[in-house]
Design a protein around this ligand. Structure first.
Ligand code: GH3
Ligand code: MG
Ligand code: MG
Ligand code: MG
Length: 323
């Protein structure tokens, strides 16, 4: 058997995805005031495409905004309406900005076509429309559009990977380190409160030793999910390493920090973890919390103080919060 690396599998997967992209049918809007023309274009298109006809060009922007079209075919010879206006409106709106547009133009429309291409129209086809040419140009635009979308998504995914921890989806240590300095600087220059909490799961080694590493991993995931549910959107939660987590809480004073830390601790202890095939598993966590106290604080001094507090929480019996 051929040895297949993970990378090869990833490449083959993405090639299969691209094949699908190339051949999948699209959802297309035809904008034309002449119903007979519009119907003929529709008949020329492969029946797999979902095609809508719009005879009121004034409603075109409304129509493309409300539905998820992948392509617009706009007739140049619209009566009582400037097709260039349709095109520029589509290009102006945030969520239709990338919609591909193909113009259908008579020979006499050529000067306008040039201006339309300047406006960002993607392609044009001249009348009389030839079936194969139409099919080819439609396919090209759909393919380009889907490649671009795929690329944008994979760039976003890659960027998310660089700042998050794979297992828990929380921010990673590197991201946290970069933001702690910035957020501390802001808190100090604006004289605002900021709290830092370090959490360490209690006797986690025993979980691994008793149930195995996979169950341990499942505990970490569930722990991260509960942690996230019990902090605010502005708080920055990160996997600091292993079974240690840190949460940075901007604009948070002593009382609020105490509340959040207690809520997180309880959310772990109060309900067992269902990660061991029906046999519930009890988990607890200890937390050390500290506040930004003075202009002399540095990221290191904050972490150090929270760590000392955490150590005390462990020594005093675990499953508790210490400041
Ligand atoms: P305590 O913190 O209460 O003092 O006890 P502990 O048993 O949690 O102490 P310690 O910090 O020494 O052990 C942490 C364990 O976490 C050791 C390590 O094998 C385990 N661990 C670290 N990262 C992972 C991981 O990604 N998955 C799993 N399953 N275990 C991990
Ligand atoms: Mg630890
Ligand atoms: Mg430890
Ligand atoms: Mg621990």
């Amino acid at each position: 058997a051929r040895a297949t690396t993970g990378q090869q599998i990833a490449i083959e997967d993405s090639m299969r995805a691209m094949d699908k992209i190339n051949t999948a049918a699209g959802s297309i809007l035809i904008v034309d005031t002449d119903q007979r023309h519009a119907e003929r274009i529709k008949n020329y298109l492969s029946p797999e495409h979902a095609v809508d006809i719009l005879l009121q060009p004034a409603d075109a922007v409304f129509q493309v905004t409300g539905a998820s079209y992948e392509l617009a075919l706009v007739a140049m010879a619209l009566t009582d309406f400037d097709p260039l206006r349709v095109c520029s409106q589509i290009r102006t709106l945030e969520h239709t900005r990338n919609l591909p547009i193909i113009l259908i133009a008579d020979e006499a429309d050529k000067p306008k076509v040039v201006r339309a291409l300047d406006l960002g129209v993607n392609d044009y086809i001249s009348r009389p429309v030839e079936r194969n040419e139409l099919a080819a140009r439609v396919r090209t635009q759909l393919r380009r559009q889907r490649y671009a979308l795929e690329l944008r998504q994979s760039v976003n995914n890659t960027m998310a990977l660089a700042v998050t921890d794979d297992m828990t989806g929380l921010y990673n240590r590197r991201y946290f380190d970069r933001h702690l300095g910035v957020m501390l600087g802001k808190a100090q220059s604006q004289e605002r409160d900021m709290a830092l909490m370090i959490l360490d799961i209690d006797h986690f080694k025993a979980v691994n030793d008793t149930y195995g590493h996979d169950i341990g991993d499942a505990v970490l995931k569930e722990f991260a999910a509960r942690l996230k549910r019990n902090i605010r959107g502005v708080d920055l939660a990160c996997r600091f390493g292993g079974e240690e987590f840190v949460v940075l809480m901007p604009d948070t004073d002593f009382g609020q920090a105490e509340l959040v830390a207690e809520r997180v601790r309880q959310s772990i202890a109060e309900r067992s973890f269902e990660v061991n095939a029906g046999r519930p598993l009890s988990v607890t966590v200890s937390a050390g919390v500290t506040l930004n106290e003075s202009a002399a604080d540095t990221p290191e001094s904050l972490i150090k103080r929270a760590d000392v507090a955490l150590y005390r929480a462990k020594r005093e019996g675990r499953n508790r919060v210490v400041f």
